[in-house]
Design a protein around this ligand. Structure first.
Ligand code: ZN
Length: 221
């Protein structure tokens, strides 16, 4: 794997970065890459309030913001941009306004690659809306100046529809840190971490594959 000097990650929720890309980002940052995470919402409509509850509807945004900062610290992301969209309404936001914000960040930092969700292959309307706005933003840049877009596809039918992924990164060597980044989103993942650890002890094939391999599709214009 070669180092990608400047990476921009655009996802809608705090924790999207930890689940799908933290291993890849940790490895890139260890090799000298600089990563910016543009996180569209604070996940303030999340249903999880911790177990036992330690958040309520009023405190959840602040708690999730702190968890996001903690996760980014584990991963090594130094530049976090909170875009301040409202969770669960991203699909209704003016798509081109979100694209404007993303376009300005792309122009400012001139990333080597941009990571987002593959439109139509997220598992939440916010994922797809965020992917679509990111593609729209980059499509405004002349073809020969566009950064490469690495898309996360997390639907069950992704291989059926899109074929095999273009990029597969083995993140075994940074698994402990990756799990720490997932753990940092405590209000959302506390119960999940023990389930993941149980599956790891059982060497559960699907879970180990999901944890150890991070895959991306390169967006084709
Ligand atoms: Zn999400």
């Amino acid at each position: 794997m070669k180092v990608l000097e400047r990476i921009l990650v655009v996802f809608p929720h705090p924790d999207d970065e930890a689940f799908g890309t933290s291993g890849f980002l940790i490895k890139q940052i260890q090799m000298g890459s600089k990563v910016t995470y543009a996180c569209a919402t604070l996940g303030e409509m999340g249903r999880n309030m911790g177990n036992p509850f330690f958040a309520n509807r009023e405190t959840l945004p602040q708690i999730r913001k702190q968890e996001l900062m903690d996760a980014c610290k584990v991963i090594g992301i130094s530049d976090v941009r909170l875009l301040g969209m409202r969770d669960k309404t991203l699909e209704f936001e003016n798509r081109s306004e979100l694209a404007d914000v993303i376009e300005s960040i792309v122009k400012e930092i001139n990333p080597t690659i941009v990571i987002t969700f593959y439109p139509g292959h997220g598992v939440h309307p916010d994922h797809d809306a965020c992917g679509e706005a990111t593609i729209e933003a980059i499509s405004r840049i002349p073809m020969n100046e566009r950064p490469t877009v690495y898309c996360k596809a997390i639907t069950r039918n992704r291989v059926e529809v899109l074929g095999e992924s273009d990029i597969s990164i083995d993140v075994t060597d940074v698994l402990d840190k990756k799990i720490d980044s997932i753990r940092a989103h405590k209000s959302q993942t506390e119960g999940l971490i023990s389930q993941i650890q149980d599956k790891m002890h059982q060497n559960h094939h699907e879970v180990m594959d999901w944890l150890l391999k991070e895959t991306f599709y390169i967006y084709k214009w």
